[in-house]
Write a protein that binds this ligand. Structure first.
Ligand code: SAM
Length: 249
């Protein structure tokens, strides 16, 4: 059978395209792309001509069947998304899992992903983290979603669009408290790449006052639960219990 390549592409800076990604996209028989127009622009930039097929959330099931039969015919397929690594808050999961189930070779071609890019330079603990993808759109669902991870000790990582940053920061302050360090990593690898640091409430005010900060896409990183990072006073309760336990006979 053919090989399914899962190919990461740049998240804003075309110079981040890897040599392997270029070679694979040049060599495969078929490229499955989230948005064919977007991928055409990328391919044109590198002088690659290819057979493109649209594969997005709404047609993934039917397109997967076509791609799997191409693999069966011995044709090589590459999967790309609009930016970054496929399957990471992007389509591709059902194709990859079906390809695995049917025993096809699946080869990752690694490259940029906004979450790792942001984490690598944010200055928050990186030994343990929880990637949450996009928050729900409705305020009540978003708050419940945040409360659900309030006790996670690792760094929390969210995807968000600039225009919803203020609303999401306000929910972060409300549900996780305002003691945690938050980092906004915006327009990564691009000309106006910006890192902002502060508490959720501080950053909310800053972004609210500066329309520029509401443009583009960003990654929100939140310090995990821990000393000084706790909303519900659990740390303090635990400390008091420890002190009490130590002083008991
Ligand atoms: N698959 C992609 C990846 O590997 O990072 C993510 C795709 S997801 C649909 C798009 C979201 O990723 C954006 O809303 C933003 O949260 C984040 N993102 C993508 N590119 C970014 C960039 N250059 N700077 C900051 N965030 C980015």
């Amino acid at each position: 059978g053919g090989v399914l390549y899962v190919v990461a592409t740049p998240i804003g800076n075309l110079a981040d395209m890897t040599e392997r990604a270029r070679k694979v996209l040049t060599d495969v028989d078929l490229i499955a792309a989230e948005d064919t127009r977007q991928t055409l622009r990328l391919l044109n930039h590198f002088g690659i001509s290819a057979n493109l097929i649209a594969c997005h959330d709404h047609n993934e099931a039917s397109v997967s069947r076509r791609l799997l039969s191409a693999l069966e015919d011995g044709r090589d397929v590459a999967l790309v998304s609009d930016a970054g690594t496929p399957l990471i808050s992007d389509p591709g999961y059902s194709l990859v899992s079906a390809a695995r189930e049917q025993g096809f070779a699946v080869v990752p071609i690694p490259g940029p992903s906004a979450l790792i890019c942001a984490l690598s330079a944010a200055g928050l603990p990186s030994d343990r983290f929880l990637f949450l993808g996009f928050p729900p759109r409705s305020r009540s669902q978003r708050q419940a979603w945040l409360k659900d991870v309030a006790r996670e000790p690792g760094t929390l990582i969210l995807y968000e669009s600039g225009k919803r940053t203020v609303a999401t920061l306000s929910d972060i302050a409300e549900t996780l408290g305002d003691a945690r360090r938050v980092v906004l990593a915006r327009e990564l690898t691009k000309r106006f790449e910006t890192f902002l640091f502060g508490s959720a409430a501080e950053l909310m005010r800053r972004v609210d006052e500066d329309a520029e900060q509401q443009l583009g896409e960003l990654v929100i990183l939140i310090q995990g639960r821990g000393v000084g990072g706790d909303a519900d006073g659990c740390e303090e309760q635990e400390r008091v219990l420890r002190v009490l336990a130590e002083s008991l006979p």
